[in-house]
Design a protein around this ligand. Structure first.
Ligand code: NAP
Length: 296
């Protein structure tokens, strides 16, 4: 007997992830897992959707905890024999203040880059072996993750953009670039290596890394014996969520629209979007050469 299809959304107890679960519960042909790092918050969110007549399933997932990711993988393998949709939505933002010490700035950079990039990368590393043919992977990037956030025509910025956008970029090199970024933040000289001099540079760097990672993932999927696996990275828009201090312009449902669409791209014959940077209105944006659409 064929096992049902299964979708997993990380960081889904609130915000955009919650709205992706809501949409997939309506439109995805299979089981939809709302996951959260905190079980109580996750189960409360499930109850909220049940009140709307939807039937999400629940599993704990803290991407900062390797054992938690391994438990989810083993559960999916045993229950479904694989995974069909993975939405890497979990993420965090710390905006440093001007008066923060360099140590505090470096510490928050480590947390942001660790969760948003390194631990998303590790989650993929653990879950990708169980992806089935036709699987869809959606990575939540941001407009802040556009390569053009590394601005200017000075030599370090040109070199950094060239390395990150290289079609030969490997995971090893990307990890090396991000470790070097954290070391330079610790020293306070990251602008000398092309990184923007902004209080939210760690978020920018983490999301640029998520986007660069997605391009490598698609290159690998193109060579994978499992056919038709697609990964895309998405900017959900400026969305009214806790992360945006509820100041965004889009509702969580609007912010979830592109991610949900990418999660349910039909099997076979999708040429585009594929390894693409997709905006919340579903337009495909050139991640390397821009321009960034003026749309939030
Ligand atoms: P949010 O409402 O703050 O939700 C973030 C979710 O991620 C929460 O459920 C949070 O759990 C979870 N999370 C954080 N660390 C986690 C971990 N280690 N393991 C598992 N879950 C974790 O933010 P959002 O705006 O919906 O953001 C969702 C994604 O969209 C993020 O990747 C964000 O960077 C991206 N994004 C958002 C905007 C925007 O305008 N809102 C714009 C561009 C990109 P807790 O509830 O337990 O904290």
């Amino acid at each position: 007997m064929t096992k049902p299809r299964v979708a997993v959304i990380s960081g889904a107890n609130q915000g955009i992830g919650f709205a992706v679960v809501k949409e997939l519960c309506k439109s995805f042909d299979g089981s939809v897992y709302l996951t959260s790092r905190d079980e109580h918050r996750g189960r409360t969110a499930v109850e909220e959707l049940e009140k709307l007549g939807l039937q999400p399933k629940y599993h704990q997932l803290d991407i900062d905890d390797e054992a938690s990711v391994l438990r989810l993988r083993d559960y999916l393998q045993a229950t479904y024999g694989g995974l069909d949709v993975l939405v890497n939505n979990a993420g965090m933002l710390i905006v440093s203040k001007d008066e923060d010490s360099r140590e505090l700035f470096a510490e928050s950079a480590r947390s942001v880059v660790q969760t948003n990039f390194f631990n998303t990368y590790r989650t993929c590393d653990i879950l990708f072996p169980i992806l089935r043919p036709h699987a869809r992977v959606v990575n939540l990037s941001s407009s802040m993750g556009h390569l053009m956030q590394i601005e200017g025509q000075n030599e370090p910025a040109i070199t950094l953009r060239a390395r990150l956008s290289s079609t030969d970029l490997s995971y090893e090199e990307l990890i090396q670039i991000m470790n070097h970024f954290l070391e330079s933040v610790q020293r306070g000289d990251h602008p000398e290596y092309g990184w923007p001099k902004k209080n939210w540079v760690s978020y920018v760097a983490s999301k640029i890394a998520v986007s660069a990672m997605t391009r490598i993932q698609q290159r690998d999927f193109d060579a994978d014996p499992r056919p038709d696996i697609i990964a895309n990275h998405v900017h959900p828009g400026y969305v009214k969520t806790k992360m945006a201090s509820f100041k965004g312009v889009l509702t969580i449902e609007e912010g979830a629209a592109a991610a949900s669409w990418l999660a349910m791209l039909p099997p076979n014959n999708v040429m585009n979007p594929k390894g693409s940077y997709v905006w919340h209105d579903k337009q495909i944006v050139d991640w390397v050469n821009g321009p960034t659409p003026s749309l939030y």
